[in-house]
Design a protein around this ligand. Structure first.
Ligand SMILES: [Zn+2]
Length: 270
């Protein structure tokens, strides 16, 4: 069995220097990047890939100062509500319909919505990522906020490398951006048009990281050049299967694919 539907979500935006996404880009070159989430309808129900920001840390002035002291990086949320349930509602899907969650990695713009799922559904991640987040003193400096996921009620399903996490959805280990980063390969059911997608998430933020094999700008325990190897690996997987490789934070690719998939799979719960 493969995925029946894919819905892309935009859970906020991030105003940041392009150098965060492309190693060596000029520091004064700034981008507004979408914060991604992906819903995949599988045989076992809706699987959510990544969860966006922890809204409390962005909106509460004290927490904002504590967690986002760097004026160069500005998290942006639309409105006053919770972006994840609101984005899901716009797609006609209730947050209670999520049967499982997977996180590409534990950065604050990907793991901040885990609070909505603790004690409710399984959460897939790489063991190395959770170990880094919980036990490495450098984690917070690297953008991994323990408060987002250090919760005894989270039902972790931890992997050591590549693993199928749902029918038609495979996690692929792509460390470098963070020690336990993973990307996802999604097969689409033949009855829904077939083919599939490789969601890089932060292994490749932008189309230029993929097309020009440019090193990413944010990484742990590897050199900038070493961040190109996971990109090449994802390109190989995509090429072998004839799937599209989707960068995680591209300001043009993400909204265009969001609209394309809404047209292909339909809006609403049907
Ligand atoms: Zn990241």
């Amino acid at each position: 069995m493969a995925a029946r539907r894919i819905v892309l979500l935009t859970l906020g935006w991030e105003d940041l220097p392009q150098a965060v996404s492309v190693h060596g880009a000029p520091r004064d070159q700034r981008l507004r990047e979408p914060t991604p989430g992906v819903l995949v309808e599988t045989e076992g129900g809706w699987l959510l890939l990544d969860t966006g920001f922890n809204t409390a840390l962005v909106r509460d002035p004290g927490l904002r100062r504590r967690f986002y002291p760097d004026a160069e990086y500005v998290p942006v949320l639309a409105g006053d509500g919770e972006p994840l349930p609101e984005a899901m509602a716009r797609a006609g899907i209730d947050v209670d319909d999520v049967a499982a969650v997977a996180v590409s990695h534990l950065h604050a713009d990907h793991a901040g919505g885990l609070k909505l799922f603790a004690g409710r559904v399984p959460v897939h991640a790489q063991r190395r990522e959770v170990d880094f987040g919980l036990h490495d003193a450098r984690a917070e400096g690297a953008g991994v906020f323990r408060v987002d996921f250090d919760d005894p009620r989270i039902d972790w399903r931890l992997a050591d490398g590549d693993v199928e996490i749902a029918p038609g959805v495979r996690a692929v280990s792509t460390p470098g951006h963070t020690p336990g980063h993973q990307s996802f390969v999604v097969d689409v059911d033949d009855a829904r048009g077939g083919g599939g997608f490789v969601f890089a998430f932060d292994a490749a933020d932008l189309a230029e990281n993929v097309e020009r094999e440019l090193p990413i700008g944010s990484f742990v325990d590897v050199s900038p050049e070493e961040t190109v190897e996971p990109i090449r690996r994802l390109k190989r997987i995509a090429a072998e299967r004839g799937y599209r490789l989707v960068p995680g934070h591209d300001p043009h690719v993400w909204p265009a694919l969001t609209a394309e998939l809404a047209d292909r799979f339909g809006r609403g719960p049907g």
